[in-house]
Design a binder for this molecule. Sequence first.
Ligand SMILES: Cc1cc2nc3c(=O)[nH]c(=O)nc-3n(C[C@H](O)[C@H](O)[C@H](O)COP(=O)(O)O)c2cc1C
Length: 207
Amino acid sequence: MILVLFNSHKNDKIISMNNTQNLSKTSEIYENIWVCMDKGVNDRLSDYHTFSLSTSCKMIPEIRTVVLRGCDREKQRIIFHTNNLTKKVNEIQDNPNVGALFYDKKAKVQIRFNGIAVINNGDEYCKNRWNKMSSQSQECYYQNVAPGKDIQYPEIVKNQLENKLSKNFTVITINIHRIEWLYLSSTGHTRVKFLKDKKFSGQWIAP
Ligand SMILES: Cc1cc2nc3c(=O)[nH]c(=O)nc-3n(C[C@H](O)[C@H](O)[C@H](O)COP(=O)(O)O)c2cc1C
């Protein structure tokens, strides 16, 4: 308690480590994973707010950071937004198998998801999400040059917001079929996998 009063940063660390250490059952870990996802969606300072998304282009792996925009524990989904003209959308069209990687540095927890990505564009689902976005976020989807295109100099790129859903705004939902959780601890690392075809019941695995 003294730490709460005099050193809130240190206390945060202790709380988050204790929380993880207290997770002695795989079912508790599973629930905690979704608590972390919720936090990632709602707290932009959380380590879960962004994740590394892996795709593949032919046989070549690709990876980049995206923002976690939504999660659905019941449907076992995570969601992010992107521009329809980005390479990742083509890659997902070619091969919807993707990976999503999160790392919580304070808690020393790594969460890996494997899933099938679904591309949503120009539909009611996108429209609902678009309407909840700030105009600053919406503006990014009105870029005059397609992302990834060669340009002579950076100032060529401009964004002019229009009062309608941008055709470039795309919502990607990842339907998860495998989760792996790893906790690093000086008293022994802990690792567990959750598979959709086993109804996401946990299985301890060697770290
Ligand atoms: C912190 C951070 C957050 C990002 N969030 C997104 C995002 O939510 N969606 C997105 O498409 N790109 C996001 N990007 C940019 C991507 O990492 C990437 O550069 C871009 O989408 C082009 O990727 P691609 O050519 O592989 O499709 C983010 C980058 C950073 C550094």
